[in-house]
Design a protein around this ligand. Structure first.
Ligand code: FES
Length: 180
């Protein structure tokens, strides 16, 4: 089913937040990703139509941001920050743990479909480096012991109590105005 049929009300709500239609591009890419786990070419074409953009305009945005998945990822998407602060604090070591313990490098998924590793840009948790995001949750000040526990807990329970919580997007401007 097309996004515009399945999520008609939510799409209308998203479009209503922005005076300029194309500003809804990233929220719509996120909506498509929530649906399938990644943003397919068909979804990009549909979003282009909704926003009166060309498919390449949607594609160039989708390929710029590492948080947009262009192919299916595993049940747990390990996104290890490799920007400066995390690099200085040992992100290469974290990527090495993933390689040693799960046998995958950046862009790869384990054969059981559980874990995908991505090396990503700064996730705004520089003060608690090295860190990684797993799906929507942050894990900060990683050590090999905490990393091992995260893997064990995710495999067993699907979650881990060491998480710091999801990254919270800033409220849209109209929501902030309503509160004041
Ligand atoms: S450098 Fe890693 S979160 Fe900012």
């Amino acid at each position: 089913m097309k996004l515009s049929e399945k999520y008609r009300d939510e799409i209308a709500d998203i479009l209503g937040r922005y005076p300029v239609r194309r500003s809804a591009l990233i929220p719509l890419l996120y909506l498509a990703q929530r649906e399938e786990g990644f943003v397919s070419e068909a979804a990009m074409k549909e979003i282009a139509g909704l926003l009166r953009l060309t498919p390449p305009q949607v594609y160039e945005t989708a390929t710029f941001y590492t948080m947009i998945n262009l192919k299916r990822v595993g049940k747990f998407h390990l996104q290890v920050c490799k920007s400066l602060m995390c690099a200085l604090a040992g992100s290469d070591t974290v990527i090495g743990w993933v390689k040693t313990k799960l046998g995958i490098g950046p862009g790869e998924t384990t054969s059981d479909g559980l874990f995908t590793l991505s090396a990503v840009e700064c996730l705004a948790a520089c003060g608690t480096a090295p860190m990684m995001q797993v799906n929507e949750d942050y894990y900060e000040r990683l050590t090999e012991d905490t990393f091992d526990r995260i893997l064990v807990d995710l495999k067993r329970d699907g979650t881990c109590s060491l998480k710091s919580g999801p990254f919270m997007w800033p409220e849209p401007a109209n929501a902030v105005r309503r509160e004041t």
